[in-house]
Design a protein around this ligand. Structure first.
Ligand code: ZN
Length: 103
């Protein structure tokens, strides 16, 4: 998978191109925050290093018995409602695929 960061503008273009409903499914609010991978958090006061934003979900396969050796990650893009905080996730691979085809 590409290490290209997904910019806020590109995520907005993706959401608009897919005609996703902007209203929050929980409260109906029309405004949301987008997670921008190009943003860099400054170093923490405790000396922690600066970090770039990138979200991944950790998933375990459960074919009857938990098998922690088969953990997978799913990279995602997130948007959150500015009113209630409801979070929606989108497959990062799918967003990147669309951005590559629509630069
Ligand atoms: Zn909401």
């Amino acid at each position: 998978m590409s290490e290209q960061p997904i910019r806020r503008d590109d995520l907005v273009r993706y959401l608009q191109a897919k005609a996703l409903r902007p209203a929050c499914e929980c409260c109906g609010n029309q405004n949301y925050d987008l997670f921008d991978e190009t943003q860099v958090d400054p170093p923490g006061m405790d000396g922690s290093p600066a970090t770039k934003g990138r979200l991944s979900l950790l998933a375990f396969l459960f074919p009857g018995v938990p098998d922690f050796s088969r953990a997978k990650t799913l990279d995602v893009c997130a948007i959150s409602c500015t009113n209630c905080g409801h979070v929606r996730l989108f497959s990062r691979a799918k967003v990147l695929q669309w951005i590559s085809a629509n630069p």
